[in-house]
Design a protein around this ligand. Structure first.
Ligand SMILES: Cc1ncc(COP(=O)(O)O)c(C=O)c1O
Length: 391
């Protein structure tokens, strides 16, 4: 009888335990692989043997972490690449041809937005945007004109929630490939493929790696779809280094326990900050006041370690607030064990036109907090002290 393993077991051991050899996945730090003779090499190049040929194509260390991520996402296959952006660019360029169109939710990571607006039009691919609440309806009305529907939930940095199942159903009904950026959720808090999404991507730089020491990206889905992404990724060249794959695997071993603390620390801070009158608004999907709280509760097991606050001050006051933090480090990125604070208007969303920023719900006083796994009371104390400085 095959027993279904729970996520915390999958994080440590994957779907199958080792029966021999080292307990820890070896780092196969090689660019190329040796073959007995030409026939063996030819069979391997043609994919008949399953043997690795060249690390830009595949590598044992990377393959091992790919299998673990597939087991966590509930997908047939996963391709791991050198960054979250490499996952997005390989998937989109591998699946969408010039002349085809993409529908995207309008609240997405700044780098993705730049790729959609600057690189894709050069390749004849047009991206239309829909409000996070209207993605499914826009798809249903599209009469199948979109090849791919891209969305992110929870969104960066305002933690809006897109109804995953509604979008997946609408995509299936219109013959559109659905693709989610699930970075903020992590596979511990949400598993979009089980709700019908075709492709799930992560910036594994964040929660999956978990220690702010690697840049990595993952793309998971059916064997057939991931094969197309893998072919594009091979040529685009954003290959994951075997040592980074080892660190990613090591990071994932503690993903489940880290997420428990990220979740509980962020929930605690969101609730306390929402009662402070020096803060205009707290964006956190686990607060009952969040506009999509009910959807979040349906599709997420917990609400994650990311939250944003709109301070009741101007940009100068906001900068003073972030500069006054001691435990929250003044840095971009997210999902590591250490707490970080950043001002989206000056970092991830720098240079994005004001109109689009406003539509995404970002203002000059928005501060994004990546809540780490430190002591919750220390983190609250740090935020309160910085708020006192701003006055
Ligand atoms: C939600 C989200 N998606 C994608 C990316 C891009 O990932 P990477 O920096 O690993 O390329 C980021 C990076 O911050 C992100 O926050």
């Amino acid at each position: 009888m095959v027993k279904t393993r729970k996520p915390s077991t999958l994080c440590v051991q994957g779907a199958r335990s080792q029966t021999s050899g080292p307990v820890v996945v070896p780092i196969v730090q090689t660019s190329t692989f040796v073959f007995e003779d030409q026939q063996h090499m030819l069979d391997s190049v043609q994919g008949k043997t399953g043997d690795h040929v060249y690390t830009r194509w595949s590598n044992p260390t990377t393959k091992s972490v790919e299998e673990k991520i597939s087991s966590l996402e509930g997908t047939e296959d996963t391709h791991v690449v050198a960054s979250g952006m490499a996952a997005i660019t390989s998937a989109v360029l591998g699946l969408v041809k010039g002349g085809e169109r993409i529908l995207s939710s309008d609240s997405i990571y700044g780098g993705t937005l730049h790729f959609f607006n600057e690189i894709l039009p050069q390749n004849g691919i047009q991206v239309d945007y829909a409000d996070t609440n209207e993605v499914a309806d826009r798809l249903s009305d599209s009469r199948g004109k979109y090849r791919l529907c891209f969305f992110e939930t929870p969104t960066n940095p305002t933690l809006k929630i897109v109804d995953i199942k509604k979008v997946a159903d609408a995509a299936r009904a219109t013959g559109t490939i659905s693709m989610i950026d699930s970075t903020f959720g992590s596979p511990i808090n949400q598993r979009p493929h089980l709700l019908g999404v075709d492709l799930v991507m992560h910036s594994a730089t964040k929660y999956l790696g978990g220690h702010s020491d690697i840049i990595a990206g993952t793309i998971s889905g059916s064997k057939e779809t991931v094969a197309k992404v893998r072919s594009a990724a091979k040529l685009l060249g954003g290959t994951m280094d075997p040592f980074a794959s080892f660190l990613l695997d090591r990071g994932i071993k503690t993903l489940s326990v880290r997420m428990e603390r990220h979740n509980s620390n962020a929930e605690f801070l969101a609730e306390r900050l929402s009662r402070d009158n020096r803060i205009k608004r707290v964006h956190y999907p686990g607060l009952p006041s969040h506009p999509q709280y009910d959807v979040a509760r349906q599709q997420m097991d917990s609400f994650g370690g990311m939250l944003s606050v709109d301070l009741d001050t101007d940009l100068i006051g906001t900068r003073r607030f972030v500069d006054s933090l001691d435990i929250f480090l003044n840095a971009v990125s997210l999902g590591g064990v250490e707490s970080l604070a950043s001002i989206p208007a000056l970092t991830t969303h720098y240079g994005i036109p004001e109109g689009m920023l406003k539509e995404a719900g970002i203002c000059n006083s928005t501060v994004r907090l990546s809540v780490g796994i430190e002591d919750a009371a220390d983190l609250l104390d740090d935020l309160m002290t910085a708020l006192d400085v701003v006055g």
